[in-house]
Design a protein around this ligand. Sequence first.
Ligand code: NDP
Ligand SMILES: Nc1nc2c(c(=O)[nH]1)N=C([C@H](O)[C@@H](O)CO)CN2
Length: 236
Amino acid sequence: MVETIVITGGAQRVGLAMARALQQQGYQVVISYRTERAGVAELQNLGVDCVAADFSEPAGVSAFSDYVLSRYSELRALIHNASEWAPEQPDCIDPSLVPRMMQIHVNTPYQLNLALTPLLQAQPGGADIIHMTDYITQVGSSKHIAYAASKAALANLTLSFAAKLAPHIKVNSIAPALLMFNQGDDDAYKQKTLRKTLMGIEPGPTDVVQAVMYLINACYVTGSTIAVNGGRHLAR
Ligand SMILES: NC(=O)C1=CN([C@@H]2O[C@H](COP(=O)(O)OP(=O)(O)OC[C@H]3O[C@@H](n4cnc5c(N)ncnc54)[C@H](OP(=O)(O)O)[C@@H]3O)[C@@H](O)[C@H]2O)C=CC1
Ligand SMILES: Nc1nc2c(c(=O)[nH]1)N=C([C@H](O)[C@@H](O)CO)CN2
């Protein structure tokens, strides 16, 4: 029977690379997307089940989990990739920023993990949950304070859910540093960011995709974090 893998935020960049690779491997991939992007049509043509979902409110998360529960009876993996890298604004205090970061990075994974546990438990041979965190959880960030705090909370969810769901379900984090720049990143920012790691490159999503493959094929790794950070923690 074809095994199903859910990826949140799969319409672009890292999530899109994960969806392409896992669909190519023979899994039935289900992605959530919020904005209709070229990646959605591409994935639909590959047979990926693309589901419009906005996780800004708990009701949107429940609507997505209700869909998955209604369409699938087992789940091989649940990958929490959806994320917003929102900075603090220099000239104003936005009281909505912390709740917004916690909603996408903490409540969404929390709600989906609990709601989809029955499908993960029903998966013969075991199942996986993967949280996409961030190197920054170790050191904080002066410009993305709320974002870093929410990713640190997500890293803590990995520990709790690993203990709660073992041994049938493994729960792990992947903690990247720079993977892919964004449109609009200027050369000065890019050079400064590249100098922050020992490897000094913009690696793209490949190492993260390989880390996902490693985790879902491992039998003894849970409650762990795979760093995909170019040696950022050692750069001086
Ligand atoms: N890129 C990098 O260099 C790094 C990435 N990471 C982490 O790796 C993961 C992948 O990164 P990347 O590919 O850059 O991620 P993106 O910034 O491209 O975000 C992924 C997707 O999340 C979706 N999303 C954001 N907010 C919501 C929401 N409220 N409801 C539903 N979907 C939402 C977006 O959908 P839409 O576009 O449709 O709005 C977007 O396509 C993320 O968790 C990120 O934090 C960590 C360190 C470095
Ligand atoms: N959701 C996102 N999270 C992060 C992004 C991103 O583009 N989307 N980018 C980064 C940076 O690359 C940072 O690691 C560079 O120092 C962090 N998180």
